[in-house]
Design a protein around this ligand. Structure first.
Ligand SMILES: Nc1ncnc2c1ncn2[C@@H]1O[C@H](COP(=O)(O)OP(=O)(O)OP(=O)(O)O)[C@@H](O)[C@H]1O
Ligand SMILES: [Mg+2]
Length: 411
């Protein structure tokens, strides 16, 4: 989502004090200024707000439930969103008055709190009773506001897929804007990959692959839906994990419908996150479906190397992961030099090389030369199959050895 707009070059010079490298930002490469972000946010509230309030969200309590029957296995665009409209008092109750101890994290929109609601009705319940939910509350000081909140409600409220986080409802009372999501027990991928050494253990290569496949399925669904959706903010902090490490995409504040009428791109104000946004988009504002593929390539690189997309604390020349890692990706020996040391070599080298080459294709400067997300998913599934085959081969040679029927163990 969008903490503020700033001039790309000057913010880069001022960075990291001025911006958080992992938060969503409004880039401004061209000469026009976007204007005071606070003013922009207020204007948005007054111009879009009324129109949307008169809108279309219908609430049918009989269909509300966390029951999985409402997550369509192959994804579905719902006729109308079926979100619960919470009162502010209900969300206060669910989060024990937004108690600091219930804070799960904080992004550009505001803090995210853990709350409890009744499973069937989603009415607030006492802590420990019912189901857990995540409640995202707009920080009044944030420049994000109705526009991002509205996009989240309109897109996520109507998209249903196992790899998209489920939006359960929202609240809009006076200046209070909140969103209520299913609770994702393992938090964000960013926390697992980059905030290690705390309670999080290193993610194994197998789990990284599982997460990437889940996230790729989410993007394939968005890109192949009837009216294409460009996600625009693919990054490790927007990939949330459930208790089984199933990945779900969150944060549709920047999502856009894809081009129509045979056009290759849509033109937008340039927004996204430093390090993940595709170069053609940052330079021209032309947003392609393949701009998401670039972001995916960057996250894939993060998974391989354990390094953040952008990190000013790395030595000179290594700040930008794409630039730094590119020369290491096509060759097995070179790749070994930048693979995440926390993996301690516990990965299938053939699979890792295939993944590295895939990331190289995804970060191609020319969007047309990048693979589609469908192709990316197929390659990741092949890598998973290599891993499974080599595991099976190991297991069967071990059992042959044990039973004495394998080569070299003969009688
Ligand atoms: N549904 C959820 N279940 C559990 N934890 C969540 C959920 N949604 C968000 N969080 C936690 O809250 C943190 C902040 O999320 P948020 O999306 O607001 O910010 P962000 O992704 O870090 O930044 P940005 O504003 O750029 O999106 C996440 O990193 C995650 O730890
Ligand atoms: Mg986020």
């Amino acid at each position: 989502m969008t903490p503020y707009c700033s001039n790309w070059l000057s913010s880069l010079i001022a960075w990291p004090n001025q911006i958080s490298p992992t938060k969503t930002t409004c880039f401004n490469l061209r000469s026009e200024t976007v204007g005071n972000p606070r003013r922009r946010a207020t204007a948005t509230l007054s111009t879009l707000g009324v129109a949307w309030r008169a809108g279309h969200i219908e609430y049918d309590s009989s269909r509300l439930s966390m029951d999985d029957s409402f997550v369509y296995p192959d994804g579905r665009i719902l006729e109308s969103s079926n979100l619960k409209i919470f009162t502010f008092a209900e969300l206060k109750g669910a989060t024990r008055n937004f108690k600091p101890e219930t804070v799960l994290g904080e992004g550009g929109f505001g803090k995210v709190y853990k709350g409890w609601v009744e499973e069937k009705t989603l009415n607030p319940s006492k802590s420990g009773i019912g189901i857990m939910v995540a409640v995202k509350k707009l920080n009044p000081a944030s420049v994000q506001g109705l526009e991002e909140w509205q996009s989240e409600v309109n897109f996520l409220g109507r998209l249903s897929h196992p790899n998209l986080v489920k939006l359960l409802g929202y609240c809009w009372e006076d200046k209070e804007l909140l969103l209520v999501y299913e609770f994702m027990a393992k938090g964000s991928l960013e926390n697992h990959i980059f905030l290690r050494g705390t309670s999080n253990e290193t993610l194994s290569w197998d789990l990284r692959l599982k997460i990437l496949i889940g996230a790729a399925r989410g993007l394939v669904f968005l890109h192949s839906s009837e009216r294409q959706v460009i996600y625009r903010d693919f990054k490790a902090s927007n990939i949330l994990l459930d208790s089984n490490y199933n990945a779900k995409l969150s944060d549709f504040g920047l999502a856009k419908h894809g081009p129509e009428g045979g056009k290759s791109h849509v033109t937008t104000r340039v927004m996204g996150t430093f390090g993940y946004a595709a170069p053609e988009y940052v330079a021209t504002g032309h947003l392609y479906v393949k701009s998401d593929v670039y972001g995916f390539g960057v996250v894939l690189l993060e998974m391989l190397t354990g390094l953040r997309a952008l990190d000013p604390n790395r030595p000179q020349g290594q700040h930008n992961l794409v630039k730094y890692a590119k020369p290491f990706l096509a060759n097995r020996r070179k790749l070994a030099r930048i693979m995440d040391q926390q993996l301690e070599g516990q990965y299938n080298t053939k699979g890792a090389l295939k993944a590295a080459r895939l990331s190289l294709q995804c970060i191609n400067g020319d969007p047309k030369s990048r693979p589609s997300m469908k192709e990316v998913l197929e390659t990741l599934e092949q890598i998973e199959a290599i891993k499974r085959r080599s595991k099976d081969a190991r297991l069967s040679s071990n059992s042959l050895r044990r039973t004495g029927t394998g080569t070299g163990t003969g009688h």
